[in-house]
Design a protein around this ligand. Structure first.
Ligand code: GUN
Length: 289
């Protein structure tokens, strides 16, 4: 019988730990950590992610600020706001929720963030530090995945790990973290141009699915006893929920789960771990800056 990797439960334990750290900072007369988020436009998924991030901050006792812009704002206005947050001593860390409207360069925006305040760990300086194993802020989703594996005591050393997807914010960085000393996995990254993708995924002891294609991973791709981490969170319309939509993962959970030793659900798996990683980066920033 497979076991669920309960990201929601683990995230809630980590939030308790962070709340205790905040209480210690407070009682020592230190400033409480402050995370700011910039949201451009009104993409439904981004709206709900940011709302959750604000709620998380309240839960652990952080200060949070949400800055909203309409989708038509000029790139310059956004870059000016970023410069302002870089220079605001009260803000320890901030994020710019992605995706951004087409006319704004995501790379330019990410590069404008002071790496010391880059709570998402997306800045090239932080990515570079991660690659060579120096301290810095780790990208939130990969950090969350690694923490989830650790907290469940899942062995990664010498394991065959297949990462599906090569995005800058999940696939590529998680492949780097898993191959690093201490994690010691043998990592293969597969993507849309990979030949015989099914044969490669079949050999994985650990599968990280991060392509954003609902139900992509089917049971014939999964080895008996594999650990499956589903990063997918595609919003689809659903008559069964109050909101009128539901989140679906990259894994065909019903069919794949019976073959697994461990598997993450969607929702309640990777998502809460991503959010808690952002809090972790923010408290590190607050202590450092
Ligand atoms: N869009 C999807 N995931 C993320 C994330 O982790 N951070 C930001 N800023 N935008 C996202």
């Amino acid at each position: 019988m497979y076991k669920i990797l309960d990201g929601k439960k683990v995230a809630s334990e980590i939030k308790k730990e962070i709340a205790e750290e905040v209480a210690i900072l407070k009682s020592g007369g230190k400033k409480i950590p402050h995370l700011a988020a910039i949201l451009v436009g009104n993409n439904g998924s981004s709206e709900s992610y940011v709302a959750y991030k604000v709620k998380d901050c309240e839960e652990v006792g952080f200060k949070s600020t949400l800055i909203r812009f309409g989708s038509e704002i000029g790139e310059n206005v956004l870059l000016e706001k970023i410069a302002e947050l870089n220079n605001d001593p009260d803000v320890d860390g901030f994020i710019v929720q992605l995706p951004l409207p087409q006319h704004i360069s995501e790379n330019k925006v990410i590069e404008a963030i002071d790496p010391r305040k880059d709570a998402d760990g997306f800045h090239p300086v932080n990515i570079g530090n991660m690659v060579i194993g120096l301290p810095g802020y780790l990208p939130a989703t990969p950090y969350g995945i690694v923490e989830l594996l650790k907290r469940y005591g899942i062995e990664t050393s010498g394991k065959n790990c297949v990462v599906i997807g090569r995005s800058n914010i999940v696939g590529r960085p998680v492949s780097i973290l898993l191959s690093q000393k201490g994690m010691d996995a043998t990592v293969t990254v597969v993507h849309s141009r990979t030949k015989n993708i099914k044969d490669i995924i079949c050999q994985a002891d650990i599968i990280i699915a991060a392509i954003g294609s609902p139900g992509f991973v089917t049971e014939e791709m999964v080895k008996e006893g594999a650990v499956v981490i589903d990063v997918g969170a595609t919003r689809i319309n659903s008559p069964d929920t109050k909101s009128g939509f539901k989140l679906v993962g990259d894994v065909d959970f019903e069919r794949v789960a019976p073959k697994c030793s461990y598997i993450t659900p969607v929702p309640g798996g990777v998502g809460p771990m991503t959010r808690v990683s952002l809090l972790r980066n923010t408290i590190i920033a607050a202590k450092r800056n």
